[in-house]
Every structure is written in C-alpha cells, then in structure tokens.
Design a protein around this ligand. Structure first.
Ligand SMILES: [Fe+2]
Ligand SMILES: [Fe+2]
Length: 167
C-alpha cells in the first residue's frame, strides 16, 4: 500500500535518498578496504550496502515509485534527460566559474554519458523484451556501449580494457 500522508511521503523520499547514498558510499568504502587487504571491514561494508538497498527499495515501493517496465523506462528517460539538459549544464557552469577543473571534467564525463543512457532507454522502450545484445560499461566515465567494446571510449578516451560486461 503506497503512503498518502504528505509528511510521510516527504520522510520516505528523504529516507530513500539517504539509503541510496549509503549503498553507493559503502560499496566505495568496501572497494577501498578490499584494496587495503582489510577483508573483514570490506565484507561488513558490502553487507550493510545490501541492507541499505533493501531499505531503499522498501521506501521506493511505499512511494509507489516502481510501476510497469514501460513506465519505469519513461521515468528513466525523464531522469537522464533532466541530468543532461538542466542539472549538469548548471553544474558545469558553476565548476567553470569556480575554476574547478576536476569537477568540470567529472561533470562533463557524466553529462555526456547520460545522453547515451537516455538513447539506450529509448531503444529499450521500443522493444523491452527482445534478446539483449552484449552490453559494456566504461569504468572510467560510465559510457554504456552495445556490442563489443570500442578500442577507445568515445567519451573519456579510455582504452578498450576499461570496459566491463553487463551480464
Ligand atoms: Fe545515466
Ligand atoms: Fe569512458
């Protein structure tokens, strides 16, 4: 049953955002712990990350945020399009104005990757049940590529070996 009380809805949105961030943060922390050979810490970070995902999904369900797949793809196209038409352009301008080259570079890579994501969602919306092609993601910039990975990432210029396959 989706929540209807406005205050509870606000709380659920806040909880969903917080748990979602905790999930990604803990996965990054787990990777760091693993690199430092701190296996126990890495495992607890991974376990907590899974738990935060369970919480986030529960909050999202109560927000009626999971609908039919065509509707969900529509929501994804809307989100990606917002990112590359409004969110990142504004942030890019801020980074430029501040002379923060690293932030400008990061925002620019993400902005370009989002355009591709939106296009791929549009393709998926046209035929969501078809047998999928091979799909690879560039671990440097998040470029998503259908088919065998290119020699050079069109967004960040990274080499082919930086792509990993989505199974
Ligand atoms: Fe995206
Ligand atoms: Fe890339």
């Amino acid at each position: 049953m989706a929540s209807t009380d406005p205050k509870v809805i606000e709380d659920l949105k806040e909880a969903f955002a917080g748990e979602s961030q905790a999930n990604r943060k803990y996965l990054a922390f787990a990777e760091k712990a693993q690199k430092d050979n701190l296996a126990y810490a890495a495992k607890i970070f991974r376990a907590a990350a899974e738990a935060e995902t369970i919480h986030a999904h529960s909050h999202l369900r109560l927000l009626a945020g999971i609908k039919s797949t065509p509707e969900n793809i529509g929501a994804a196209i809307e989100g990606e399009t917002f990112e590359f038409t409004k969110m990142y352009p504004g942030m890019l301008a801020d980074a430029k104005a501040a002379g923060d080259k690293a932030a400008e570079h990061g925002f620019n890579l993400a902005n370009e990757a989002e355009k591709v994501h939106a296009e791929l969602f549009k393709k998926a919306l046209a035929n969501p049940g078809q047998t999928p092609p091979k799909v690879y993601v560039c671990k440097i910039c998040g470029h998503v590529h259908e088919g065998d990975p290119p020699d050079k990432c069109p967004i960040c210029g990274g080499q082919k070996q930086n792509y990993f396959e989505i199974i």
